[in-house]
Design a protein around this ligand. Structure first.
Ligand SMILES: Nc1ncnc2c1ncn2[C@@H]1O[C@H](COP(=O)(O)OP(=O)(O)OP(=O)(O)O)[C@@H](O)[C@H]1O
Ligand SMILES: [Mg+2]
Length: 306
């Protein structure tokens, strides 16, 4: 089937020369990006191979092949429901692949023992899409949880590190330490979630839409924090975002998820110049293109207004 690939390149903020818009057949649109060797001097940290996952009859991931390098900031873009959260749940071993593998630092996550997974997760901070705070615990207890539960640190040290983590996400510790999540605004909850993710000084951080719902100043703060953690501590970050400015500010490489595969993986320039119609539509925000085609061509229900 031929698909319409019309986005308006004139509205594209992230490309140089205006691209020729063309029709791409479905196989070409959905083809996975070839695996490229890591850039010189970089080491592969996470190796994802032929990863597939279905929920019932719905094939969400259909063959993910990617290498993520130590110390890089790897941004994942993709339409809503494309499987981004599902993919990073595999990277944190919260989900097991139907087939294929995720190998981190030599450890095949699907074959790891529970003890190995505990050790693996200690190295990892996770910012969940919905903040995922425990409602019955205060901010101090929520953010300090990894230190009290996993590391059994003394209370005064926990408090000092929580205050410092909150400061890094521009939250007033004195005012909120003893509040429960329900008394915080959505944006504050999000930032408390980020504070909890960084408190153990992890070497890998997974961010699932860390800046959605935050004001522009805090958005910048969170982006700068990601850059600082990378530059000062060599943290590897994997960031799902819908914020293109953020993506282009922080990414070493960007990958685009579509129909269960990474259809494009590359540095900012390669992504900016890539004529792939899905990429162009994501970057322009156009409502015309492959991402919306299925909805536009779907049959309207009987009686629906035309
Ligand atoms: N545990 C589950 N059981 C059944 N279906 C699921 C499950 N988790 C995810 N899905 C389905 O998998 C698809 C991808 O979901 P996922 O949350 O990974 O999307 P996403 O790319 O993160 O979207 P968004 O940008 O909206 O967060 C969706 O259609 C969702 O309904
Ligand atoms: Mg998601």
């Amino acid at each position: 089937m031929m698909r319409r690939a019309a986005t308006n390149p004139g509205t594209d903020r992230h490309t140089g020369p205006v691209q020729q818009v063309e029709d791409w057949p479905a196989e070409r649109l959905e083809a996975g990006s070839p695996l490229v060797p890591p850039p010189p001097g970089k080491q592969v940290l996470m190796q994802v191979r032929a990863l597939t996952k279905a929920f019932g009859p719905r094939r969400i991931l259909r063959g993910i092949d990617v290498d993520i390098c130590a110390g890089e900031t790897f941004v994942i873009l993709g339409g809503s429901g494309s499987g981004k959260t599902t993919l990073i749940k595999h990277l944190m071993a919260m989900l097991t692949p139907d087939s294929g593998s995720v190998v981190v630092d030599g450890l095949d996550l699907a074959k790891a023992t529970p003890e190995q997974l505990v050790e693996y997760r200690k190295k990892m901070g996770v910012v969940f899409q919905n903040a995922a705070l425990l409602n019955s615990l205060t901010v101090l207890e929520n953010v300090g949880l990894p230190l009290t539960e996993v590391e059994q640190r003394p209370a005064d040290e926990v408090r000092a590190r929580v205050v410092e983590a909150l400061r890094q996400v521009f939250l007033p510790a004195d005012e909120i330490l003893d509040l429960k999540p329900a008394s915080l605004s959505g944006g504050m909850r999000k930032r408390v979630g980020i504070a909890r993710a960084i408190i153990q000084k992890p070497s890998i951080i997974l961010y699932d839409e860390p800046t959605t719902g935050l004001d522009p100043v805090t958005v910048n703060g969170v982006n700068e924090l990601t850059l600082q953690l990378q530059q000062k501590l060599g943290v590897t970050s994997i960031v799902i975002t819908h914020d293109l400015d953020a993506a282009f500010m922080i990414a070493d490489r960007i990958a685009v998820l579509y129909k269960g595969r990474f259809i494009a993986v590359g540095d900012k320039r390669a992504i900016g110049d890539n004529p792939h119609p899905v990429l162009r539509q994501l970057l322009t925000g156009s409502t015309t293109g492959p991402l919306t085609e299925d909805f536009l061509t779907a049959k309207k229900p009987e009686g629906a207004p035309s």
